[in-house]
Unconditional design. Structure first.
Lengths: 194, 500
């Protein structure tokens, strides 16, 4: 443990404690710290990294994403929509004969069905990702940190929220300091001006 | 081995990482950079108070060309389609040639961002961002042309299945309508993919922002990204899925574009080789444009450690491979025309090579088939000037390919009494030149204000990114290696260690 330069130790906190943020030098230390966090049974905590770190999902005990199911749903919707759209428009609502072609024939309708399948799958992938991740979200306890901006550069963090059932102001802090990070910071709720 | 002089002729700061050692991993980021270096190199471009000096003349020149483009469009709309050189047999002139040309250019961006991602080609991370930007801008240029080509621009909404006063719907059995859906989907999906990939990098810009405006703009665009691994989990899944969706999409788009021709009965168009041939041509022409843009971009913005010679050489290899495919298609077209025994088909191809548009045909052959042959030589693949020469040839050649297909086939079809020669007018030429202005204007704005390189992705392929970097285990990372590769490498390393 190096010098605790980011710690804000105050006997009288300025505001409500929202959680802790521990900083790490590299992904290797972070990975091992995450394994300890997982094994200690924390639930409302997160790792913050500049890029996806290989193996971190297992170290955090995260289950695979359910997003593919949403995308499958989007794709099937697009497929059905493309089929119905062409059938109803060209064969039911206003049938007209072009070069003696049938009003509705699958081969001629495949390209549009395919494109709509892809389009709605892509919408499901993008917007589903935002939905599951709760984005956009411009306000979050970790943004109260003075150091978190380095996460988009080259630093690695673990955050624990005060709402975690296992959270205890002193015990959790004690636990976090032995994880091997280079600093720990209290996430304090900002005053009325925030 | 000493480094031959010729590979360094462009600049003494060029790092040669193009050794042909199949067992060694090439250095993707040269110069021993750290994560923070990558952030700094890329962010500095958008943070500099003023762009490189050459940026302003280029930008103003492009804006002027955009002015020309829109003046020509207004002139066309108020006067009529007669201002173009299109005539009775050649009703698809420059507009459709330019449309196919620009859509094709876009395809390399998707190939780099999606197909190379699925193939786990780690080197793509250096170039994928601006190649994707190129895709979007090229498709925007492309979309203009069919829009104005309809003649009555105020009725362009008839392209879409919208309820109208005649209760009439579009004809879904027409490949022209498939095109509307294919290009529309392609643009939308490319835009989503591009933006989603940029979110972590926009967050970097937000976190480094010094001014209020930058904080607000990049802050909004970054949608509150906090590098959370619970979010990375779904983000990476979405990225993989979008790549998997964009891959068949990009192949479908140029196939559908080729259907515009192939489903007609015109000799020279009515061929089943068109879809694969168009897709190969699109990738070929698109990669040439990526190299055309990459060379000045890495030079002007100091990105030589990120877009390295290795990247350029890889792209040149793809240009050679796809160029050979295109050359094969040119040959096969002739063979099929002869083998079919159809006199109209046979005439169409002899007419291409020896008829009134022979000059365009041989420009196409020279630029698309002969010029890339230089890339058989490593010396040419790794020399900046040689590759610049070849890719400029390809840019020209791929435009002429579409010109040859569209114009030579239309100008002389079945009945000689219906033949005519097509000559573009000044309006045609200025509109085409104007579309380059739009493309370069958007691209210059992009390199000035957006993350030109996918920083988060580049960091993830650096050796330090591996969690076990410190333990001196074999390197690898999420983006690159197949599952289990590390274990296998470790096992091999142990076995080797045991023997020695």
């Amino acid at each position: 443990m190096t010098v605790d330069r980011h710690t804000s130790v105050t006997s009288e906190p300025l505001g409500r404690l929202l959680g802790y943020l521990v900083e790490f030098d590299d992904g290797h230390q972070l990975l091992h710290a995450c394994e300890q966090m997982r094994d200690a049974g924390f639930t409302r905590w997160d790792a913050h990294t500049p890029f996806p770190v290989h193996g971190l999902n297992d170290a955090m005990g995260l289950r695979p994403s359910k997003l593919p199911w949403l995308v499958l749903g989007g794709g099937l919707t697009g497929l059905g929509l493309g089929l119905l759209l062409q059938w109803w428009m060209n064969a039911v609502d206003y049938p007209y004969l072009i070069s003696g072609k049938p009003f509705f024939s699958l081969p001629a309708n495949i390209p549009v069905i395919f494109e709509l399948t892809i389009l709605l799958s892509a919408f499901a992938a993008f917007f589903g990702m935002l939905l599951i991740n709760g984005l956009p979200r411009f306000h979050h306890p970790v943004f109260n940190s003075a150091r978190i901006h380095k996460v988009t550069d080259d630093r690695f963090f673990i955050s624990v929220e005060a709402g975690d059932p296992r959270f205890d102001r002193d015990e959790t802090r004690q636990f976090l300091t032995q994880l091997g990070g280079v600093g720990i910071e209290e996430l304090i709720e900002e005053g009325g001006d925030a | 081995m000493a480094v031959p002089l010729f590979r360094r002729q462009f600049d003494s700061t060029e790092v040669v990482n193009t050794a042909d050692d199949a067992l060694a991993r090439p250095e993707l980021i040269t110069g021993g950079k750290t994560f923070a270096d990558v952030t700094n190199i890329v962010s500095r471009i958008a943070e500099a108070p003023s762009p490189p000096r050459i940026w302003w003349p280029l930008f103003l020149g492009s804006v002027a060309l955009v002015g020309v483009l829109f003046s020509m469009i207004i002139y066309l709309v108020v006067t009529g389609i007669g201002v173009w050189g299109v005539n009775t047999p050649v009703s698809w002139g420059f507009a459709i040639v330019n449309f196919v040309f620009w859509v094709g250019i876009g395809h390399a961006g998707t190939l780099i961002s999606a197909i190379l991602f699925l193939f786990r080609q780690k080197w793509r991370t250096g170039i994928n961002r601006f190649a994707e930007a190129m895709t979007i801008f090229a498709v925007m240029c492309a979309a203009i042309f069919p829009g104005i080509h309809v003649g009555r621009v105020w009725l362009v909404h008839y392209l879409f299945p919208l309820p109208n006063q005649m209760s009439l719907w579009p004809n879904f059995r027409s490949p022209l309508l498939w095109d509307v859906f294919a290009v529309g989907t392609y643009f939308t999906v490319s835009l989503l993919f591009w933006y989603m990939g940029m979110i972590p990098d926009l967050a970097t810009f937000r976190d480094r922002a010094r001014t209020r405006t930058r904080q607000i703009v990049y802050g909004l665009l970054a949608i509150g990204w906090r590098g959370s691994n619970r979010q990375w989990l779904h983000y990476e899944k979405a990225y993989l899925l979008l790549a998997a969706l964009a891959t068949p999409l990009v192949i479908s788009v140029h196939s559908v574009v080729s259907f515009d021709f192939a489903t007609s009965q015109l000799p020279g168009w009515h061929t089943s080789i068109f879809p694969p041939y168009f897709v190969a041509g699109a990738i070929f022409g698109g990669f040439a444009m990526v190299v055309t843009l990459a060379i000045p971009a890495r030079e002007l913005f100091g990105l030589k450690n990120i877009i390295t010679l290795h990247h350029l050489e890889n792209m040149n290899k793809i240009i050679l491979a796809t160029g050979m495919m295109v050359g094969y298609a040119y040959m096969m077209e002739f063979f099929t025309a002869w083998y079919s025994g159809n006199p109209a088909e046979g005439f169409a191809f002899v007419n291409r090579a020896l008829g009134p548009y022979a000059w365009a045909y041989w420009i196409m052959i020279g630029c698309n088939v002969l010029a890339p042959q230089l890339f058989w030589f490593k010396r040419a693949r790794t020399s900046i000037w040689a590759m610049l020469g070849v890719v400029m040839c390809v840019n020209v050649g791929m435009w002429f390919e579409r010109f040859v297909i569209v114009v030579s086939s239309l100008s002389r079809d079945f009945l000689p009494s219906g033949w005519d020669y097509y000559t573009p007018t000044m309006v045609d030429i200025l509109t085409f030149a104007g579309s380059f202005g739009l493309f370069f204007m958007l691209f210059l704005l992009f390199v000035r204000f957006a993350p030109l390189v996918a920083m988060a992705e580049v960091k993830s392929v650096m050796p330090q990114a591996h969690p076990h970097f410190d333990e001196h285990k074999p390197l690898g990372d999420y983006w690159g290696d197949a599952p289990g590769a590390h274990e296998e490498q470790e096992r091999l390393a142990r076995a080797e260690g045991g023997r020695s």
